[in-house]
Design a protein around this ligand. Structure first.
Ligand code: F6P
Length: 352
């Protein structure tokens, strides 16, 4: 079979995730082993537009598997969404004789990849985001490491929360979907988990706090996803919600949850927002292996002259899914999923 790809570009884009560097390493090794040259595109699609590239022979990806962040840098590039930006990007790729692109990132990254394909540059996507919200894959590069970070934080929070018999609210990343909050919350033994997929009623949260109090547990850990929403707000139309948010008086939803508990119960509530710390750290063993497997598969697809796919992981198998079936489709938690039912059996309150 004719080998179409002689030289590919690899980039990381969107919010960085532990394991992205490991994925770049794997793609590079797999491609180089098949005689395909690799260029690292710096700063995601921005580097494509502004011609920032480095050559990636095998020796350049030594000592990269354990790196945090991404050594190719990342960006959310608005310019790439404009036709002018796209044309500049295509011109850069042509100038370097790049026949195809492997893009590692989240949903925003995958929205860009089919556009490239439509402009004659075939692309392959690898899911890299701590949010685990990419459709058609059970896992994303960086999610497991981020979960470990969340668990460590919640464990530490519990120490002081218990000593002071307080309520502690911890805000976990995830605007559109609550995967990190759900799994991190279960593993960190949070008492309340609030996620975008299950709008909450603050009175139900307070009932849980009081139930714990009555049972002798004087402290409560509440894990709140960035995108958690109250039942009241979930009923608003998009326009009404936008209007309401113009006058929003809290820094973020976790402060709102804390303030309401404090107002209604007079209890002392503290808020912790670990923020971007959740994206840092050296990738855990799972993410190193996962990134390596996906990268190797991407290399295989190149050899087979196959593109237009995201390489993902479904039901314990590496799969390839057409990029157009992935881009723009967030993977949300099903409120009726068995994991939610099991968590409820353990006494975790979702505020519903
Ligand atoms: O990469 C995903 C993510 O970390 C989300 O969980 C979070 O909502 C968002 O990125 C934050 O983006 P930024 O780094 O642009 O503030």
């Amino acid at each position: 079979m004719a080998q179409k790809f002689r030289k590919i570009g690899v980039l990381t884009s969107g919010g960085d995730a532990p394991g992205m560097s490991a994925a770049v390493r794997a793609v590079t090794r797999a491609a180089n082993a098949r005689g395909v040259q690799v260029m690292g595109i710096i700063g995601g699609y921005r580097g494509m537009i502004h011609d920032e590239m480095i050559e990636l022979p095998n020796r350049e990806v030594s000592n990269k598997i354990m790196l945090s962040g991404t050594f190719l840098y990342s960006d959310r590039c608005l310019e790439f969404k404009e036709e002018e930006g796209m044309q500049k990007a295509i011109a850069t790729l042509k100038k370097h004789d790049i026949d195809g692109v492997i893009a590692i990132g989240g949903d925003g990254t995958f929205r860009g990849a089919p556009d490239l394909t439509n402009h004659g540059i075939p692309s392959i996507g690898l899911p890299g985001t701590i949010d685990n919200d990419i459709t058609a894959t059970d896992n994303t590069i960086g999610f497991d490491t981020a979960m470990n970070t969340v668990i460590e934080l919640v464990d530490k929070l519990r120490d002081t929360c218990e000593s002071h018999a307080r309520c502690n609210v911890v805000e976990v990343m995830g605007r559109g979907a609550g995967w990190l909050t759900l799994r991190g919350g279960i593993a960190g033994a949070a008492d309340v988990i609030l996620i975008p997929e299950i709008p909450y009623d603050i009175d139900k949260v307070i009932d849980k706090i009081e139930e714990r109090d009555a049972n002798g547990s004087k402290f409560t850990i509440i894990a709140v996803a960035e995108g958690a929403i109250s039942k009241e707000d979930a009923k608003l139309s998009k326009k009404e919600y936008k209007e309401k948010m113009k006058n929003y008086k809290y820094p973020s939803v976790s402060y709102e949850v804390a303030a309401k508990i404090q107002e209604k119960t007079g209890r002392e509530v503290r808020v912790t927002v670990p923020g971007h710390m959740q994206r840092g750290g050296s990738p855990c063993p799972y993410d190193r292996v996962f990134a390596s497997r996906l990268g190797a598969e991407a290399g295989k697809l190149i050899l087979k002259d196959e593109y237009g796919f995201m390489v993902g992981y479904k039901n314990r198998e590496i799969v390839k899914v057409p990029l157009e079936d992935v881009a723009g489709k967030l993977k949300m938690i099903d409120p009726d999923a068995s994991i939610i039912k099991e968590a409820k059996l353990l006494g975790i309150c979702f505020g519903d």
